[in-house]
Design a binder for this molecule. Structure first.
Ligand code: HEM
Length: 455
């Protein structure tokens, strides 16, 4: 019998740096899962290490996922590495717990719930058409990842924040890329560090956002303005029974930063890797094309897609889910022990981090047979997937609120790409994690428009 006072095996490494460099190096070589498997072989299923300046316990498997996603705020709080907290701010959803988390999440949820999203489908379709006309038509080669980041960022700016196209959006997209690259980094702020560059980008974004929030506030003061026309206006207008603002300006700022970062960098990865699969596997391409052509044929020329059309894209979404399973945009996450916790016979001391990893269960053959085979059919019967095993969007009360938003933009984009183009990869299949998956050279492809193929 183990003593309940014993912390898990492993070592905490050297102060501050700990194992962060090992993990980050393995992520860049795309061997992070192997690195974690080696830890499991050496120390067993639970082990201690030190990541991003904090003592950490690594746990995995379906019970670990359930523990992470369902423990309430008296046991676990959400905790991000110091770098994430500094870059996004300490009032963003990722840092809030209990009632505070619920209050802010409810306000965001107003915009991201399916009933609201139904009305965005046509607008999203317009953004995707405009993107393809500008960046794909007439081209022979494109780089998919940077283009998908531009597209998903434009969608977020237009639909959620009402930020017009132009210089402001373009500056923002560059700053966000710079900021996101330092999300998981050792928090040493010296002029030559990645962390320092990300902090500078974060400060520039905040400055611009401050002006934007001011503009929205002034607009709201005018008569007849719809207080729910975008996410910022809506958060500024949410009042309690005493007509006081429910979400203060710091919370608005930090959550705008979070939604912009979380909302575009993830979906762009999903669409990019789906494009990669379609280039590698003609049978998946053919099945998606069949489904999408049936929908295209049912529409007039130029008619926008609708919510009902999306409901017919069942196979396409299963292929997207399988892509998420194989290359999860989010590698994993952190929680913090609010008190001493006894977990599987070990002590997790108060204040320590808990590190969960997304695709440890996706790649577990006892849960997903032949897990390394790309097989969208495993999602035919969603109820057959055991709870807390397919977790690209997390789970429990913190499950990603942008799930539907991501589904809609992915399906609309894939609809237009497969019905208008075929493509061929121009680089190898390697990808690194930085911390998001980045394919070699951003996935350059040769594109052939459909009309040229048939003529
Ligand atoms: C393929 C696309 C996406 C993936 C794979 C993804 C994945 C995730 C994951 C794993 C989490 C963390 C869950 C946890 O800690 O338990 C999360 C949280 C979050 N995501 Fe997403 N996400 C995606 C798209 C989006 C979009 C489009 C938005 C917004 C428009 C969004 C907004 C958020 C927010 C605000 C949170 C924090 C939720 C909270 O702490 O309560 N995500 N996402």
């Amino acid at each position: 019998r183990r003593s309940p006072k014993r912390v898990p095996p492993g070592s905490l490494g050297i102060p501050i740096v700990g194992h962060s460099l090992h993990l980050l190096r393995a992520m860049r070589a795309n061997t992070a899962e192997k690195w974690l498997q080696q830890r499991i072989q050496k120390y067993g299923p639970i082990s201690k290490l030190s990541l991003f300046g904090k003592p950490t316990v690594f746990i995995h498997g379906k019970y670990a996922n359930k523990f992470v996603f369902t423990s309430d705020s008296s046991t676990l709080s959400n905790s991000q590495p110091q770098s994430v907290k500094e870059l996004l701010g300490d009032r963003c959803l990722l840092e809030l717990s209990g009632q505070d988390h619920k209050r802010v999440r409810d306000a965001l949820g107003l915009f991201l719930k399916p009933e609201s999203l139904k009305s965005y489908v046509g607008k999203m379709d317009e953004e995707v058409r405009m993107h393809i006309a500008t960046h794909w038509e007439g081209k022979q080669e494109v780089k998919v990842l940077p283009l998908m980041k531009t597209l998903t960022f434009n969608i977020i700016c237009a639909l959620l924040f009402g930020i017009e196209r132009g210089a402001r959006r373009e500056k923002l997209v560059d700053w966000f890329q710079e900021m996101i690259e330092g999300m998981w980094s050792i928090p040493i702020n010296l002029p030559f560090t990645r962390y320092n560059r990300s902090l500078q980008a974060s400060a520039s974004i905040r400055n611009m956002m401050k002006h934007l929030i001011g503009e929205k506030r002034r607009e709201l003061a005018k008569k007849g303005v719809n207080p729910h026309k975008d996410l910022i206006s809506s958060m500024l207008s949410t009042r309690d029974e005493n007509n006081r603002e429910v979400i203060d300006e710091n919370e608005i700022m930090d959550n705008v930063m979070l939604v912009m970062a979380a909302g575009h960098d993830t979906s762009s990865v999903l669409i990019t890797f789906l494009v990669r699969i379609l280039a590698n596997d003609p049978s998946i391409y053919a099945a998606i094309l069949k489904e999408q052509e049936q929908i295209a044929q049912s529409k007039q020329k130029g008619e926008l897609l609708t919510w009902d059309d999306l409901a017919k894209m069942k196979y396409s979404w299963r292929a997207a889910q399988e892509t998420l399973s194989m290359v999860s945009p989010i590698f994993g996450g952190f929680r913090k022990a609010v008190k001493d916790i006894e977990y599987d016979g070990y002590l997790i001391p108060k204040g320590w981090q808990i590190f969960w990893v997304t695709n440890m269960t996706h790649m577990d053959s006892s849960v997903f047979p032949e897990s390394s085979k790309f097989d969208p059919a495993r999602f035919n019967n969603q109820a057959s997937i055991p709870p807390y095993c397919f977790i690209p969007f997390g789970g429990g009360p913190r499950i990603c609120p942008g799930y539907e938003f991501a589904r809609i933009e992915t399906l609309i984009t894939i609809h237009h790409l497969v019905t208008q183009f075929t493509w061929k990869l121009l680089a190898d299949n390697f990808f690194k994690r930085d911390p998001m998956p980045v394919p070699t050279e951003g996935l350059p492809i040769q594109i052939m428009p459909k009309t040229n193929i048939t003529s």
